[in-house]
Design a protein around this ligand. Structure first.
Ligand code: FDA
Length: 316
């Protein structure tokens, strides 16, 4: 069995166990395991608290980064917790305004109530959009698993009837994105294009590979030619280079696009894009719900598993 094959097996196992609540609870209750995993997670998160995250944000801003801050969480099944999450996002917006951070916020609608009631999520998202507008900033809605997409797009549409500072994330691995992109282009708000991170049923989403990359490139070109604010959110060097060639060929220098990458992932590519003269943004998540996020980051790039083990060993 090759190393690549073994890495893939480990990555698939990680994807699988990341959703297992019993394993997650065990990891969180065992202080040593929790500490070890947190050490690995710190490469990818701004901290466990807003204070820690703001410290990281200020350091990144001093290096010239524009940010989007996410208080991590999803699938909130309890109304009080959805309200608590909304309150925390309001504190983030307040901090952005008070500390004059060049930052927006990013969130999962299921974190602020969508898993319970769409109207609750709409009320909470509206109050965040309003606060963000007063603070002269914006919010970006993340895209979740396929079972939620219709509701998320509907809520985005309803938010856009009142606010022009609410963006939406679209996933290139889904065929429906052709239609979702065409309709999102009719609404205000930045469109963030990602490949897609969820473990979908076989056939529901295009797996990593040439076909997906070609699809991403097609959507990217539509966005770049549209003059609509957009974020090209990928770390894929071939796609970053393809975007660069396309932008030069089309002479799109003043177009409202930006490149966005995850904190701690390929910072050298972010630097390269910045050196090419483009606006760049770093997605900076924080909070105590980092377990699933860490699993995603390790699974999508298996060599990170070695790095995580290294981080853990360095601690012992
Ligand atoms: P791909 O996964 O093919 O990776 C291309 C290359 O990038 C790899 O070969 C490697 O070199 C490098 N790389 C990628 N991930 C790495 C890692 N973890 N560590 C080190 N190197 C890595 N998804 C979703 O479904 N809904 C959402 O709302 C969002 N939101 C979002 C916001 C932002 C700002 C980003 C950048 C990404 C998301 N995603 C997301 C995640 C996205 O769907 C996707 O899973 C990751 O961005 C990885 O995909 P790439 O486009 O980088 O390509």
């Amino acid at each position: 069995m090759s190393v690549e094959h073994l890495e893939q097996v480990a990555a698939n196992a990680l994807r699988h166990i990341s959703r297992n609540q019993a394993i997650k609870a065990y990891m969180q209750e065992n202080a040593l395991i929790h500490e070890v995993l947190l050490r690995a997670a710190r490469r990818f998160i701004g901290g466990e608290t807003l204070l820690e995250c703001l410290e990281t944000a200020r350091a990144l801003q001093a290096q010239g980064c524009v940010l989007t801050i996410d208080y991590m969480g999803e699938n909130t099944r309890d109304e009080a917790m959805a309200q608590e999450a909304t309150g925390e996002f309001l504190r983030v917006i307040h901090a952005i305004s008070e500390q004059r951070l060049a930052a927006t916020i990013s969130l999962d609608l299921s974190h602020i109530g969508l898993a319970l009631d769409a109207e609750l999520a709409l009320r909470n998202a509206s109050s965040l959009a309003q606060a963000a507008r007063a603070a002269n900033t914006a919010l970006m809605i993340s895209m979740e698993g396929t079972e939620r997409i219709d509701e998320i797009i509907t809520l985005h549409r309803r938010l856009c009837e009142q606010y022009d500072n609410v963006g939406i994330t679209l996933q290139a691995y889904l065929r429906r994105t052709t239609y979702d992109l065409a309709s999102a282009l009719q609404r205000p708000g930045r469109i963030r294009l990602v490949k897609g991170a969820y473990e979908e049923e076989p056939g529901a989403a295009e797996p990593r590979g040439e076909i997906l990359d070609r699809g991403y490139r097609d959507f990217m070109e539509i966005l770049l030619l549209s003059d609509h604010p957009c974020s090209l959110a990928t770390h894929d060097l071939n796609l970053l280079n393809a975007a660069h060639r396309f932008i030069r060929r089309q002479e799109l220098k003043r177009h409202p696009f930006e490149f966005e990458m995850l904190y701690g992932v390929t910072p050298e590519r972010l630097q390269l894009v910045r050196e090419r003269g483009y606006r760049t943004r770093v997605y900076l998540p924080y909070g105590r719900e980092w377990y699933l996020y860490l699993c995603h980051r390790l699974a999508e790039y298996p060599p990170n598993i070695y790095q995580a083990i290294g981080d853990a060993v360095a601690m012992v």
